[in-house]
Design a protein around this ligand. Structure first.
Ligand code: TYM
Length: 341
């Protein structure tokens, strides 16, 4: 059994849930970063439908929603010949390892997860057991491939810390030093935390009832422009230094979106627009957003019209993912001492 991964190359894993529309936060916080990483490392990008069913889903929509996420990955520039693109439920290791790790994780660890508290709301007793155990499945996703790096938005930080705790605990409990690596989150840059356009103190999210709060990946140029025009800012103009954005959530968010879309630093945006008002900045941001997002949404529409080709990518991805995870699972079974070990 292999003991030490330090000499092994990096492996990147990340997932996106097929639960309705993708928005600019998903794109800038995660998918856009996937595109860059595929050129440097072995990457697995997964549509996490097992996570989606932790809350009720419509049977008629689930497969279509999974295809949509896969199409968005490809439209954004992920090359399925390079990166492995697949659906979680098509590779058995995820569910198997999740069960095993449910027996490694502690109740107390999961009780601290803020996302469960947010999602379960007031009526915690009625939430599914799956929603509570959700972060353990996330750890299984990553560890089933012994992935070393995980590009995500900032909202996933706590889940990633839990994945590290679970990996370490498994290695200790089953006397398997170094078997699972401690996966490192890749959470950088202004795209890691995109906020609502209506309220700069809450994150942009698909569950926000106001459509004006987010830019959806399939919004038209007119919709994008209108939403940016209506975005909340403040009466002050654009400062010349980053400190000038302190305590100005709405302003900070729009400047951050510009920086992430144009792949420049926040300071560079400020240097370019210092002293200008929002009446000048917002049209420039809208123009940039349309220029960057329109090609992605056009390609997305084209791909969604060819589900046969998409399914082929996903089938091929499932086979490649299975080929990596199965030998790892065989070692896991041995460490535990299962009959089929
Ligand atoms: P999900 O589907 O909610 O979101 C997908 C990705 O988008 C990022 N994101 C954001 N980034 C910046 N600003 C925002 N406003 C914003 N909103 C969402 C998320 O951080 C995420 O990277 N639990 C995960 C899916 C998952 C996963 C995994 C991720 C399952 N298994 C294994 C990594 C590794 C989730 O619900 O993401």
């Amino acid at each position: 059994m292999s003991q030490n991964l330090s000499s092994e190359p990096k492996r990147v894993f990340s997932g996106v849930q097929p639960t309705g529309q993708l928005h600019l936060g998903n794109y800038l916080g995660a998918i856009k970063k996937f595109v860059d990483l595929q050129h440097q490392h072995q990457c697995l990008f997964c549509v996490v439908d097992l996570h989606a069913i932790t809350v009720p889903q419509e049977r008629a929509m689930l497969a279509a929603n999974s295809r949509e996420i896969a199409a968005a990955f490809l439209a954004a520039g992920i090359d399925p010949d390079k990166a492995i693109v697949f659906v979680q439920s098509s590779v058995p290791a995820h569910a198997e390892l999740a069960w095993i790790l449910n027996c490694t994780a502690r109740m107390g660890w999961l009780e601290r997860m803020t996302q469960f508290k947010d999602k379960a709301g007031k009526d915690k007793e009625r939430a599914s057991v799956g929603l509570f155990a959700y972060p353990v499945l996330q750890a299984a996703d990553i560890l089933a491939y012994r992935a070393t790096h995980v590009p995500v938005g900032e909202d996933q930080k706590q889940h990633l810390e839990l994945s590290r705790d679970i990996a370490e605990r498994f290695n200790r409990d089953y006397e398997a030093p170094g078997f699972f690596p401690s996966p490192e989150p890749l959470i950088q840059g202004p795209g890691a935390r995109i906020m609502s356009l209506k309220n700069g103190s809450v994150k942009m999210s698909k569950s926000d009832p106001s459509d004006l709060s987010r830019i959806n990946m399939n919004d038209s140029a007119e919709q994008i422009t209108r939403k940016i025009k209506k975005a909340r800012t403040d009466p002050d103009g654009i400062p010349s230094e980053v400190e000038g954005l302190e305590g100005r959530d709405g302003a900070k968010n729009l400047i951050g979106i510009y920086a992430a879309l144009d792949e420049i630093s926040v300071q560079d945006v400020l240097t370019e627009f210092a002293g200008q008002g929002w009446g000048q900045f917002k049209p420039a941001l809208a123009e940039l957003a349309v220029a960057k997002l329109s090609p992605v949404s056009e390609e997305f529409t084209r791909l969604m019209n060819d589900t046969r080709a998409l399914d082929k990518v996903l089938q091929d991805g499932a086979e490649r993912a299975h080929a990596i995870s199965e030998p790892i699972m065989a070692e896991v079974r041995k460490y535990i001492g299962f009959w089929k070990g």
